[in-house]
Design a protein around this ligand. Structure first.
Ligand SMILES: Nc1ncnc2c1ncn2[C@@H]1O[C@H](COP(=O)(O)OP(=O)(O)OP(=O)(O)O)[C@@H](O)[C@H]1O
Ligand SMILES: [Mg+2]
Length: 294
C-alpha cells in the first residue's frame, strides 16, 4: 500500500499585531554610543492643550537618557509644566530660557540645570517667557531666535526635545524653525483630529519659508483606552489619516502619569516596571531607529 504523502508546513509564530493594527516591530535595545552630538532637535507640538506633549517630553527624554543618549529638554511653555514635572519650581528661578532669548550676554549654558537623571539636562522656563512672545515681534529674524541660542550647545547632546506651548504663535514657530523634526502627540478621543490639518499646514509653511530640513517624525497616540470601542475607532482613524507616520507605540491612559507630575520625576524612575514606563521605552527605541539613525 502506498504511504500517504505528508505535507509538512513550516510553523512560524505570527508577528503580534500592535494596537495600531500593524505588526509591532521587534526593535533591539539601542546600542550605546561613545561619542555624542551633534543633536537632532525634535519639537513636541500640538496646539491642542492637554494631549501629552509635556509628559512625552519628560518620559521620552528619560528613556533616551537610559539608553545612553545625551538629552537636553527645553521648556518652551510659559506655564513651566516641564520644569515642574522634573521637580523644579520655575517661579524661584532668577534666569530661564527667557533671559537666554532676550539678553545677548546670557547663553543657554548659563540657564541650564542638571536633572536627577545622568545625561539629561533641562532649560527651564516660567511665566516670563510669555513676554518674549510680544517682545520678539520687534526683533530682526524673530523666528530664528531659539535656533540661534541653541546652536552653541548642539554638539554636547544627541537629542534636544522642545516642549511647545498649546498654540501656533511665534514661540511655536521658533521651536519649529529650530528643529529637524516634529513629533505630534494626539489624545485618542473624539476631537483628536480637529485642528491637526492646521498644524500640518503650519509645519509645511515653516518648512517652505524658514526651515527646509523640517520633517514630521511621527504621530504619537496618547491616553489610549483599548477596552473601549471608541478608543479603538479613534486610533483606527488616526492610522487611516497618517499611515506609517503613526508610531507603533501607543501610550495608554493611566493615572500613573498625573502621579509622576506630583512626584516631579519621569515614570521610568518613579514606576520603572509600569506599563507607562514600558511604553516610553518602546517609543524611545522607535525614535532611535526612526529619527536618530541607530
Ligand atoms: N497617558 C496618559 N494617561 C493619563 N493621563 C495622562 C497621560 N499623559 C498625560 N496625562 C496627564 O494629562 C495631563 C495633560 O498632559 P500633558 O501636560 O503632558 O499635556 P500637554 O499637551 O503638555 O498639555 P498643555 O497643552 O497644557 O501643555 C497631565 O495631567 C498629565 O499628567
Ligand atoms: Mg505641556
Amino acid at each position: 500500500m502506498e504511504r500517504p504523502i505528508v505535507m509538512s508546513t513550516i510553523k512560524r509564530a505570527p508577528r503580534e499585531l500592535g494596537p495600531t493594527g500593524r505588526p509591532f516591530p521587534r526593535l533591539a535595545e539601542p546600542r550605546h554610543v561613545d561619542r555624542h552630538g551633534p543633536a537632532r532637535v525634535i519639537a513636541l507640538c500640538n496646539q491642542k492643550g492637554g494631549v501629552g506633549k509635556t509628559t512625552t517630553t519628560i518620559n521620552l527624554g528619560a528613556a533616551l537618557a537610559d539608553f545612553g543618549r545625551r538629552v537636553l529638554l527645553v521648556d518652551f511653555d510659559p506655564q513651566g509644566a516641564l520644569s515642574v514635572g522634573l521637580g523644579v519650581n520655575p517661579m524661584e528661578l532668577d534666569r530661564t530660557i527667557y533671559n537666554a532669548l532676550m539678553e545677548r550676554k546670557v547663553t543657554v549654558d548659563d540657564v541650564l540645570l542638571k536633572t536627577n537623571l545622568p545625561g539629561m539636562d533641562l532649560v527651564p522656563s516660567n511665566i516670563d517667557l510669555s513676554a518674549a512672545e510680544v517682545q520678539l515681534v520687534g526683533e530682526v529674524a524673530r523666528e530664528q531666535t531659539l535656533k540661534r541660542i541653541l546652536e552653541p550647545v548642539l554638539g554636547d547632546y544627541d537629542v534636544v526635545l522642545i516642549d511647545c506651548q498649546p498654540s501656533l504663535g511665534l514661540l511655536t514657530i521658533n521651536a519649529l524653525t529650530a528643529s529637524h523634526g516634529v513629533i505630534v502627540p494626539l489624545e485618542c478621543e473624539f476631537f483628536a483630529l480637529r485642528g491637526v490639518a492646521l498644524l500640518i499646514q503650519t509645519i509645511d509653511k515653516v518648512k517652505e519659508r524658514l526651515n527646509p530640513q523640517l520633517e514630521l517624525e511621527g504621530i504619537l497616540a496618547t491616553m489610549y483606552d483599548g477596552r473601549t470601542l471608541h478608543g479603538r475607532e479613534v486610533l483606527a482613524r488616526v492610522v487611516e489619516a497618517f499611515g506609517d507616520k503613526v508610531f507603533h507605540t501607543v501610550v495608554n491612559r493611566t493615572v500613573r502619569f498625573p502621579e509622576t507630575t506630583v512626584a516631579g520625576e519621569p515614570i521610568t524612575t518613579f514606576a520603572p516596571s509600569s506599563a507607562g514606563a514600558d511604553a516610553y521605552r518602546d517609543l524611545a527605541r522607535e525614535v532611535v531607529a526612526r529619527c536618530l539613525a541607530g
